[in-house]
Design a binder for this molecule. Structure first.
Ligand code: MEV
Length: 445
């Protein structure tokens, strides 16, 4: 970047002007411009759609879109679309899926699907009085949001509960209207936020107009109205299980008992130590985020809620747990997942729509079970590698492709490199040396 200045009116420029302005900061302006433009969609209609998802767009950022086949979930086989840039994740999901498909597959169940939204406000008036009027206020909230809730109720959802919460032990005069929602097959953020903003308006209006609160309405200050991405009541449980003797790794020296013992230790460690727990859970989100992205859902919401859930006891810990009883190995994941299959990007992004078709048009509950199964699969694959051959063998093999692409290797060079590194350690420098030697004809195969 050449300059260090504030840009005024950037959003008002058209796309090409924005692109030129950005490229203008760099010496190879024309090259950069052409590179960024080369990722525009050929079809202007489709490009417009992508541009309208966000703001100030100048190009598209591509991520790989892969498939992990052979997921057997509650007896049904499916192919799972995954969007992820990290090598080995799709391979690990696919390998675990196949492993468990041969052992009964994944069992998943929805524990609950309630979502939370809050109106945060300060109230200097009489709390008892406010609490007494809650049933009345609740009716006003329900009536006043009928226009918003009508469709959702038709689909089987809506507002489930409305509470008044005293939070003054945390912050002076702080209270909440805390509401529970069922948003059926939509993630429901817009629905929930619209209801909450209406609650806030109705409450203020009610306090102003009601004799019982004469002179006190000014004592109510709405701070904000927003859904919570912490969704501990939108919960899914997924598990795999088989006899200990069947947890046999094809290419591992460990016998099943030793494998299971080491596996249990790995989970104990992830439960005991926060540094390990975060990495352990990250491996779960490798799979969950990839499905969340592929289906046009909000992976930031899913991540934030999942990590908060992992810390619900006050200590951040593993999201999975393992047990062995009567010689049966049982491994499970319980996680909050707020996902949708209608509305939002799920219905707009052409590839999200295709993902849902590949998944046989699941409803939100089914998608929760699919995503959690992929999360468990990825985590199982990671632990299996970590306690046996380590992750670098598999990782570096996939990484070899990335390094080869970095050196713009041709197909023939790639094939030679794959052959060469079959029994050698892959590192950036080893591949770099290999390519240099190969191109200098200093290497004979
Ligand atoms: C890498 O993306 C994920 C792992 O680090 C997860 C783990 O350590 O369990 C392999």
């Amino acid at each position: 970047m050449k300059e260090n200045r504030i840009i005024e009116g950037f959003s008002r420029l058209d796309k090409l002007e924005k692109l030129k302005l950005i490229a203008g900061y760099f010496e190879n302006r024309e090259e950069l411009l052409a590179e960024l433009k080369s990722y525009w969609h050929d079809d202007p209609g489709k490009q417009k759609l992508f541009d309208e998802f966000s703001e100030n767009t100048i190009s598209n950022f591509y991520f790989p879109y892969g498939i992990a086949p052979n997921f057997v979930i509650n007896g049904k086989t499916c192919m799972v679309p995954m969007v992820i840039e990290e090598s080995s994740v799709v391979a690990a999901a696919a390998s675990s899926a196949k492993f468990w498909a041969e052992r009964g597959g994944f069992q998943a169940e929805i524990i609950s699907t309630k979502k939370v939204g809050q109106v945060h406000f300060l109230w200097k008036g009489n709390y008892r009085k406010l609490l007494e009027t809650l049933p009345e206020l609740r009716q006003k909230f329900l009536k006043g949001t009928k226009n918003i809730t009508r469709n959702m109720e038709r689909r089987g959802g809506g507002i489930l509960d409305i509470e008044l919460i005293d939070m003054t032990h945390e912050i002076e005069h702080y209270y909440q209207i805390k509401a529970l929602f069922d948003t059926v097959d939509s993630m429901g953020a817009n629905f929930i936020n619209s209801c909450l903003e209406e609650f806030a308006r109705i409450m203020k209006e009610f306090l102003c107009g009601d004799d019982r609160f004469e002179g006190q309405a000014k004592d109510c200050e709405i701070i904000m109205a927003i859904l919570s991405n912490y969704a501990p009541d939108c919960l899914v449980r997924t598990y795999v299980e088989c006899e200990v003797k069947d947890v046999k790794e094809r290419d591992s020296d460990l016998d099943p008992e030793r494998f299971v013992w080491k596996f249990q230790k790995a989970i104990q460690i992830a439960s005991a130590d926060v540094h390990r727990a975060v990495t352990h859970n990250k491996g779960i989100f490798n799979g969950i985020d990839a499905v969340t992205l592929a289906t046009g859902n909000d992976f930031r919401a899913v991540e934030a809620g999942g990590h908060a859930y992992a810390a619900r006891s006050g200590k951040y810990t593993s999201l999975t747990s393992v047990s062995v009883e009567n010689n049966v190995f049982h491994y499970e994941l319980t996680i909050p997942l707020s996902l949708g299959t209608v509305g939002g990007l799920t219905s707009l992004h052409p590839l999200a729509k295709i993902s849902l078709r590949i998944l046989d048009e699941p409803n939100a509950r089914e998608l929760m079970m699919i995503a959690s199964s992929v999360g468990l699969a990825n985590n199982f694959g990671a632990i299996r590698s970590l306690i046996t051959k380590g992750i670098q063998v598999g990782h570096m093999k996939m990484h070899l492709f990335n390094i080869l692409n970095f050196f713009n290797a041709t197909q023939i060079e790639k094939e030679k490199a794959i052959q060469y590194f079959k029994d050698k350690k892959v590192s950036f420098s080893s591949v770099s040396n290999y390519i240099t030697d190969l191109r200098g004809n200093r290497l004979t195969m």
